[in-house]
Design a protein around this ligand. Structure first.
Ligand SMILES: *[C@@H]1O[C@H](CO)[C@@H](O)[C@H](O)[C@H]1NC(C)=O
Ligand SMILES: *[C@@H]1O[C@H](CO)[C@@H](O)[C@H](O)[C@H]1NC(C)=O
Ligand SMILES: *[C@@H]1O[C@H](CO)[C@@H](O)[C@H](O)[C@H]1NC(C)=O
Ligand SMILES: *[C@@H]1O[C@H](CO)[C@@H](O)[C@H](O)[C@H]1NC(C)=O
Ligand SMILES: *[C@@H]1O[C@H](CO)[C@@H](O)[C@H](O)[C@H]1NC(C)=O
Length: 235
């Protein structure tokens, strides 16, 4: 596939890009996302690496990105935002995700992704926003979660995660929003370490099977914790 064709660009004259019709530009963007999706879903490792290189190379040629789909780190020219929201993608996330180590935002919302979250995500140590809601991800939310210190917004809404919240969540001291709503097989107690996080705005645990007492020292955090949504649980 000649990318230049789908991008409505005749290389190497990328200078003309800004003059193109809006529709052409949007088509180009859409293809970039399909292409980036392919980078993640390709079966052969060589293809993944090739596609990733392509993704990085393509990004370098985008001169206008009004929606910040592929936001730019001007110093390192690496991908900071990957937005695959609502693209009807199915499949799993391969370990190569860890190669995109400059990612600050990863949006996978409203697709058909399944499988579990891989430990390779710990390499995304700049990650601030991680939105997975409305997929079919499975498995446990592992202790490696504690290795994402900059995480601010973690949406797992309506997936199929199991197990309990790892105590390492206490290390995410920048976390503001943690949404587990609709993961019916999450159970256990809320680890007291969660109240190590002073930045919390919203924890939504609804429709999961939490039991036990709300930790005693929660009271002292009520001013910080504006909303703890835990209806339908057995707390
Ligand atoms: C991305 O960064 C490169 C290198 O700094 C720059 O030439 C380009 O204009 C930037 N693109 C956007 C969309 O900011
Ligand atoms: C991601 O893409 C969706 C769908 O195109 C859009 O609605 C949303 O605003 C985007 N998010 C970001 C952070 O760019
Ligand atoms: C990408 O990640 C895979 C799996 O972690 C690794 O084997 C490969 O060497 C990485 N490729 C590059 C170009 O960094
Ligand atoms: C969750 O897992 C159950 C049992 O394996 C399955 O029946 C259900 O369809 C899954 N739901 C989602 C959203 O993947
Ligand atoms: C609490 O947060 C500090 C950083 O503010 C961190 O070093 C420590 O490991 C956290 N404790 C727990 C139990 O997670």
């Amino acid at each position: 596939m000649k990318l230049s064709h789908y991008l409505c660009i005749t290389p190497p004259s990328f200078d003309d890009y800004a003059l193109m019709e809006t529709t052409c530009f949007l088509t180009g963007l859409a293809i970039i996302f399909v292409y980036s999706a392919m980078a993640f879903l390709a079966i052969e490792e060589t293809n993944i690496i090739t596609d990733q290189s392509s993704l990085l190379a393509l990004k370098a040629h985008i001169t206008n990105d009004p929606n910040n789909f592929l936001a730019n780190d001007s110093q390192n020219n690496r991908i900071m935002v990957l937005n695959l929201t609502s693209m009807s993608l199915t499949g799993t996330i391969p370990p190569h995700i860890g190669n995109l180590s400059f990612l600050v935002q990863l949006h996978l919302r409203n697709n058909g992704f399944d499988g579990s979250l891989l430990v390779d995500i710990v390499h995304l140590h700049r990650l601030e926003i991680f939105h997975l809601r409305l997929n079919s991800f499975q498995g446990e939310i592992s202790s490696w979660l504690g290795s994402l210190p900059k995480l601010q917004s973690f949406y797992l809404f309506r997936n199929n995660f199991t197990g309990s919240i790892p105590r390492e969540i206490g290390k995410l001291t920048n976390l503001k929003t943690f949404n587990l709503y609709g993961n019916q097989q999450i159970s256990g107690t809320i680890p007291p370490t969660i109240f190590n996080i002073s930045s919390f705005d919203t924890i939504d645990l609804a429709l999961s099977r939490f039991s036990g007492n709300v930790p005693e020292d929660m009271c002292q955090y009520l001013s910080i914790l504006q909303r703890l949504i835990h209806h339908h649980n057995q707390l």
